[in-house]
Design a binder for this molecule. Structure first.
Ligand SMILES: [Zn+2]
Length: 295
């Protein structure tokens, strides 16, 4: 067993070093990455296929033709944190702001208040959270679009269906099925229990955005049990493509921070379970088309 202990120590050190170097990089580069990204988002062609940008861990921007969306956009865990006002001011107009749940890396009341003050943004909010968000973010009631479990709404060219997810201790956590024309994307949000009963049964999924999580305080060890559980969850949807997200939250301790290395472990395993599925890990600020057959 001695060799195994040495091997695990090596993995742990490698993962910690990897996170530390990413932290240093983002502390220096995050404002520049943000600036490039919002320019790309704002100027992206209206006739391009639906495209998303990862802003930070699980914060996303999404263009569906002329519709500009933000999903779980939060500065709270970024290297710039709450000193982000200069970055907020460069955020292009947002038509639809979507929330999955209220963990700090997904929910930034200061940013939402800022967006609300600019006007013209609708906020799609899980209905059990509406009252709390309205109060904490000073939202006008008319600007909130509540959505209930299993409800479907149509906004512009985007059809959205909500479903409740198993984010243990966070009961009002929603995922979304997004349909744009023939393309279907699933955003399950954060999952802490990978049981698949109760998940929506969908005929086809073009793209699954998977927030990597492989067990509480398990990020410094290689744990096949959690990798299997996550792959079973992903396989439920039979996605044609998986995009990995929720990586490099540099505010987290190393034992709870997920990296490209963990995404790689999942990808390795998924390729044996779903050999036809393509996996990709977007870089921060990179435009990623949600149309299958394109990057
Ligand atoms: Zn969460």
């Amino acid at each position: 067993m001695r060799w195994r202990r040495i091997e695990l120590n090596t993995i742990a050190r490698h993962l910690s070093d990897n996170l530390q170097s990413r932290r240093s990089y983002l502390q220096a580069q995050f404002p520049a990455i943000w600036s490039r990204m919002v320019t790309s988002f704002a100027t992206y062609p209206d006739d391009a296929p639906p495209t998303m940008w990862t802003c930070y861990t699980s914060s996303l921007l999404l263009r569906v033709h002329t519709l500009r969306c933000a999903i779980d956009l939060s500065f709270r865990n970024t290297p710039v944190g709450h000193e982000s006002l200069c970055l907020e001011r460069t955020l292009p107009p947002i038509d639809l702001f979507m929330l999955t749940h209220l963990h700090g890396d997904h929910y930034d009341a200061q940013l939402i208040r800022f967006i609300e003050q600019r006007g013209k943004t609708a906020f799609l909010v899980p209905s059990p959270l509406v009252e709390r968000i309205r109060q904490e973010c000073d939202l006008e009631k008319a600007h909130i679009k509540p959505i209930s479990d299993r409800e479907t709404v149509q906004i512009g060219g985007l059809q959205l269906r909500a479903f409740r997810t198993r984010h243990v201790n966070i009961p009002d956590s929603f995922g979304y099925v997004l349909d744009v024309g023939q393309e279907r994307m699933v955003l399950p949000g954060d999952i802490r229990d990978y049981a698949t009963n109760g998940l929506p049964a969908l005929e086809r999924v073009d793209c699954l955005l998977f927030n990597v999580w492989l067990g509480r305080q398990r990020a410094l060890s290689f744990d096949p049990t959690w990798i299997e559980a996550a792959c079973t969850f992903i396989a439920h949807f039979l996605p044609r493509r998986v995009l990995f997200s929720h990586l490099y939250d540099v505010s987290r301790p190393p034992e709870d921070a997920w990296t490209f290395i963990h995404a790689g472990w999942l990808q390795d395993r998924l390729l044996t379970v779903l050999p036809e599925t393509r996996c990709y890990t977007p870089y921060l600020g990179e435009p990623v088309s949600l149309s299958i057959g394109r990057k």
